[in-house]
Design a protein around this ligand. Sequence first.
Ligand code: GLC
Length: 503
Amino acid sequence: MWWENAVFYEIYIASFADSNGDGFGDIEGIREKIPYLKECGVEALWLTPFYPSPRVDNGYDVSDYCAVDSQYGTIEHFKLFLEEAHRNQLKVIIDVVFNHTSTEHPWFIESASSKNNPKRDWYIWRDQPTNWESFFGGSAWQLETVTNQYYYHSFAKEQADLNWQNPEVKQAIFEVLLFWLDLGVDGFRFDVINNLTVDNQFRDNPNEETGEQQHLYDVNQPGIQSVLKEMIQQIKEIKSDIFTVAEISSDSLPIISEYTRDGLFDTAFNFNLGSIEQLDLKKLTNEFKKMTEQKGRPTFFFNSHDMSRSWNRLAKEDSQVYQLLAVFMLINRGIPFLFQGEEQGALDYLPQSIKDVRDVQAKNKYQQLLSSMDEEQALIQANQVNRDRSRGMLTWSAKSDMGWIGQSPKNPEGEQILAVYQQLIQLRKSEGPFGTVTGITLENECLSYRVDKLQIVLNFGQQTTEQIFEDAAQTIFGTGRVSSNGQSVSVPPKSCWIGKDNG
Ligand code: GLC
């Protein structure tokens, strides 16, 4: 399949490229950047939601699934962009948010209008709330005063969860998928798809000793997989090479991989690896080993619009470490997902004042913290979960005044980093698609593995390392030095080596 060796590139539209100078990225902006994206070597784009939305959660609160928000352009702009992307052999996958709609979606407005409305059962209504917590903090239930019942929202209160037990909801969503398939998109990224169904007895979630809630009855419920299978089968019947990637709100590999079994998604985001809080080589190696034992192709990424940038979080602003992570991600058996700006080492953006914070999760956190600390402290702590960090405007669009959000600071080493990414992507194209990973070892902060005919040595340590091989190999990337008999290599501190078997 086309996606097995592709390098994906995530575009967070609002912060990517602003074609009309209004401070927001837009679809025309993406179209103008197609030559740049081609030059980078990426082969598929993932567009975050661009549908009409009140943008409480920046587009993940959709009020019309089959249109384009006027902030980002029109459906004609989208068609033009898609056509041009395809002409340039770029595939395009779009983000679909089916767990919830905006409370401004006509479906919800109808549903909320009376208990007898035909769409009442399209959402989850109850007389009494459970103790379930929203993923953005606080109760997941909101009292709606017209009918005096609570509706369920696993994210912000403006994002009401759809009731997937209702066959009409399934049918309506299938029609949305058909609409975009018809326009010619190449795949879908399914947002928080393991949240779709909830416990039908509405049991309270248990709390852990720390007081933190265990999400036992509001995610990964029995029966969810058959709902998903049905949806995937329907779209694969229409277009067999359509690519489906699941976002599972979990960093546990066993849970994530439940969703990539036969008949389910082609792959899922491996947060078990991608969202690690710091560079812990033991953890990284263990997760990598487990991912390798699995049948399907995992995803490899260290950045997204939901986490701090890996330049700050993992590489701690060290470009050598950053490069090692890029090699790991790109010269491997998984499907790599880059996030806009990563290829130039973009930095985290941190708002200095609460009025500049845009992320709903950080805003909620700030409000909660205010009851126990002063404003300055609350901002510092809220910034620790602030997803604005990776959402700063990319500098090619930046105006001197602030757009919808501040700028992601430019990396002075950006050009060199870009050159490395380009080289690695080319290498992936010429040597891939990669089949089998073997020999994963971690010794003295040096991670090495084989993928098909390539031997990869990533020395994260402060000492030069010496590695011996059975087969003679020649250098194809990196600063390691092969011995004269071609059977050992020495790799300097914080450097790498990729060798290819001779013959
Ligand atoms: C996903 C998105 C995130 C959004 C959430 C709710 O996790 O990546 O940005 O806030 O779903 O839709």
